[in-house]
Design a protein around this ligand. Structure first.
Ligand code: CMC
Length: 374
């Protein structure tokens, strides 16, 4: 074993920390199991993508029908979980509620075996539980009882139905499905890496997903979609937005929804989603908000040459769809849980404990001073 700890990359930037066959992220491409994100975004449902990520191949018609049936069979939450959703204080952030909810669901899904098929079963359970948890919490906050899932709806449609008590419009379902496809997977991002670290100790699938949810919550990661919308909402006009952003950048302030550790020429997912900002703004008669969106983007580009990432258009798209901002990052979870579970399984079946080294910067070795002499 090498003792060398000389190579240090803050934030692990540029470090290859493992191998994966699930996703390829680079300047020119974003591939899920070899399929280009643009093709998946145009043609695939979230369920097809989740199957692809978990199983390695796109499903046949029969496989997809069975997969959807399995997810539908796991949507209903245990009564004890609903009781806890009711007991959590109102002001708790939805991401914290979701973290607790997934953790709690894990106790109803305990299985000794950690083999591939058992992990796949638990992956389906957690995929099904996440939208049910978000929807149930929204209902509970509204003083209502959670709705039973309606069999036959798509994953996106089911969420809208369970959360808002009505069937989705075609547009809502299509756009939510698109964001779920775009968010489903992204290689060794911080939350996926957290899930893989947890998995590498041979902890269970639910523990790994809980670690990932906690990691995704932060505004430098998934929390940026909510933060990006609150930035856009600050301004009534483009001129106001430009002034504020110039000032913020001059003070080295970060603009949420911009920049990326890997992408230097822009985020493929943001390019795919952006046309919906203008389309939905027109439909909602909120063009001025789209103008603020573009003004911020142009100013960040002019001053720093930094592109938006997927969270920038996504925050506004979710706002136009009428979703409360507290569920933006939970919707990211609803998608990314597919990628996390694929990584958890990949890590598990070819495991080596993830345990890097650190460079010590503390005090030199020194003599212990007894308490009475300090
Ligand atoms: N606003 C202003 N300046 C920025 C931004 C930003 N959003 N992002 C990077 N920079 C600047 C940064 O100040 C630095 O400038 P300088 O060299 O003059 O000091 C330079 O670009 C390099 O930035 P960095 O922070 O060292 O880059 P990083 O690779 O560590 O950061 C990042 C990546 C995503 C954490 C960062 O771009 C950021 O904080 N963005 C805002 C939060 C955000 O939108 N996160 C969502 C990421 S994509 C979705 C996801 O995977 O969750």
């Amino acid at each position: 074993m090498s003792e060398s700890v000389d190579t240090y990359h803050p934030g692990l930037e540029g470090v290859i920390a493992g191998e994966t066959a699930i996703c390829c992220v680079d300047q020119g491409r974003l591939l899920y199991r070899g399929y280009d994100i643009a093709d998946l975004a145009r043609h695939a449902s979230f369920e097809e993508c989740a199957f692809l990520l978990l199983h390695g191949e796109l499903p046949t018609t029969e496989q997809l029908a069975l997969f959807k049936q399995q997810i539908d069979g796991e949507r209903e939450l245990p009564g004890a979980v609903v009781d806890v959703l009711r007991a959590i204080p109102r002001q708790a952030p939805m991401m914290d509620v979701l973290r607790t909810g997934v953790s709690l669901c894990g106790n109803f899904s305990s299985a000794k075996s950690q083999g591939r098929s058992s992990l796949l079963t638990r992956a389906v359970r957690v995929l099904a539980a996440v939208p049910s948890l978000i929807a149930a919490r929204l209902r509970v906050l509204d003083g209502k009882w959670p709705l039973e899932p309606k069999p036959g709806l798509s994953h996106a449609g089911q969420f809208i139905y369970m959360a808002f008590g009505r069937e989705p419009t075609e547009l809502e379902e299509r756009v939510l499905n698109l964001t779920l496809v775009l968010y489903a997977e992204h290689e060794f991002n911080a939350s996926t890496f957290a899930a893989r670290v947890c998995t590498s100790t041979l902890s269970g699938l639910h523990s790994s997903v809980v670690a990932a949810i906690g990691t995704l919550k932060g505004p430098l990661h998934g929390g940026a979609n909510e933060a990006a919308l609150s930035l856009i909402e600050k301004f009534q006009s483009s001129a106001e937005a430009r002034r504020w952003v110039e000032e913020a950048l001059a003070h080295k302030q970060k603009i949420m929804g911009f920049g990326h550790r890997v992408y230097r020429n822009g985020d493929h997912r943001a390019f795919i989603l952006e046309p919906y900002v203008d389309e939905l703004a027109r439909m909602r008669n909120e063009q001025w908000r789209a103008e603020v969106y573009h003004a911020i983007k142009e100013t960040v580009w002019a001053k720093k040459q930094i592109h938006p990432n997927v969270d920038y258009p996504c925050g506004l798209v979710y706002h136009f769809l009428g979703f409360p901002s507290d569920i933006f990052t939970p919707l990211f979870v609803m998608a990314r849980v597919a990628g996390w579970c694929a990584h958890i399984i990949e890590q598990h079946v070819n495991n080596r404990l993830i345990r890097p080294r650190s460079r010590y910067t503390g005090a030199p070795a020194r003599a212990f001073v007894p308490l009475t002499e300090r």
